[in-house]
Ligand binder design. Structure first.
Ligand SMILES: [Zn+2]
Ligand SMILES: [Zn+2]
Length: 289
C-alpha cells in the first residue's frame, strides 16, 4: 500500500520518497505528465532505479506507472491520436527497461464521435503499441497494461463495468487488466458509501469484468457527490464516500494481494503520512495485519 510519489530530480528519487512515507507500494510518472515530448530515459537513470529498488524494502512487484495526462486513446484519427499511440509505445518501453510490472491508462474521450468509435481507437492504439514493442525488442513483455475506470465525464470511455469488459474482450490479451479507482467509480454512479454497497459493487465488478482482471486499486475519497462525474479526489474518509466504504475494500480478500495506491490531494489539509496512518489504524483495529 502506498501513494503516487514525485520523481523530481531523478526517477530513483521516487523510491526514497515512497520509503519515508512507509509505502509498501507506490506509483510514479516516468516523465513530466503534462508534456508530449519527454526527456529520453538514460541508461544511467535506469540502472540507478533498478539498483535502488533492489536495495529497498519495497518489492519491485508493487511499483506502478501511470501514463501522462495528454494522450487520448479514444480520439478519432488526428495528430493528437497519433501522438497518443506513440506515447503509449514509449511508456511500454520505459516500463520494460525499468522492470516495472504495471502501466495504468486513462482511456480518454471519444470527442463526440461515439462510444463505438472510441473503443475501436483504444483497441487500435493498444495493439499498435504492443506490435511496436514486439518488432523492436523481440523480447517477452511481462507488463500488465491496466485500464482505469473513468469518472464518466462527458464523452469519456470506461466509466461503466460493461464498457470495460467489452474493451478487454476486444483486446483479447492477458497483458490487459483493470485498475479500479474508487473516486471515479463513485463519481460515475457506483455507490460505495457503506460496506453493503461496496460488496454489491465488487460483486457487480466480478460478474461483469471478473475479479481476476483486477490488478491495482486506486483508493481515493471523492470531493464530488455520487453520479456528479467529477474526478476530484479527497483525503481518506473526508469525502463523500467516507471511511466505512473505503475501508471495506481493505477487508475484501480480493484486494489484499494487489498494490493499493492512494492519490490524495496535496492541499495542506492532510499529508501522505497522515492518510497512511488513517488506513493503518483501521487495519490494526480490524486485527488484519
Ligand atoms: Zn486513479
Ligand atoms: Zn482521478
Amino acid at each position: 500500500m502506498g501513494f503516487h510519489v514525485s520523481i523530481t530530480g531523478s526517477l530513483s528519487n521516487s523510491i526514497k520518497n515512497a520509503e519515508v512515507i512507509g509505502c509498501t507500494a507506490f506509483q510514479i510518472f516516468t516523465r513530466n505528465p503534462r508534456g508530449w515530448n519527454p526527456k529520453p530515459l538514460e541508461m544511467k537513470d535506469v540502472e540507478e532505479f533498478k539498483r535502488k529498488i533492489k536495495d529497498s524494502y519495497i518489492d519491485k512487484k508493487n511499483v506502478v506507472v501511470h501514463m501522462p495526462y495528454l494522450p487520448n486513446f479514444a480520439a478519432p484519427d488526428s495528430e493528437s491520436y497519433y501522438k497518443s499511440k506513440q506515447v503509449l509505445s514509449e511508456e511500454i518501453v520505459r516500463c520494460y527497461l525499468l522492470d516495472i510490472p504495471y502501466l495504468i491508462l486513462h482511456l480518454g474521450s471519444h470527442l463526440g464521435f461515439g462510444e463505438k468509435n472510441g473503443i475501436k481507437q483504444i483497441v487500435n492504439a493498444c495493439h499498435f503499441a504492443l506490435d511496436n514493442f514486439n518488432s523492436s525488442y523481440r523480447r517477452h513483455l511481462d507488463l500488465n497494461i491496466l485500464i482505469e475506470n473513468s469518472a464518466g465525464q462527458k464523452n469519456s470511455i470506461g466509466s461503466k463495468f460493461g464498457e470495460i469488459k467489452d474493451i478487454l474482450d476486444e483486446l483479447n490479451d492477458k497483458k490487459f487488466g483493470v485498475c479500479f479507482d474508487t473516486c471515479h467509480a463513485f463519481a460515475s454512479g457506483y455507490d460505495l458509501r457503506s460496506s453493503k454497497k461496496v460488496i454489491e459493487t465488487i460483486n457487480n465488478f466480478n460478474d461483469t469484468i471478473n475479479i481476476k482482471n483486477l490488478k491495482v486499486l486506486h483508493l481515493n475519497d471523492s470531493k464530488g457527490n455520487i453520479n456528479e462525474n467529477k474526478d476530484r479526489h479527497q483525503h481518506i474518509g473526508l469525502g463523500s464516500i467516507g471511511k466505512e466504504g473505503l475501508m471495506e475494500f481493505l477487508k475484501n480478500k480480493d484486494f489484499q494481494n494487489i498494490p493499493i495506491i492512494m492519490e490524495t490531494p496535496n492541499d495542506g489539509i492532510r499529508g501522505d503520512k497522515e492518510n497512511m496512518k488513517v488506513v493503518l489504524e483501521f487495519i490494526e483495529d480490524q486485527g488484519m495485519n
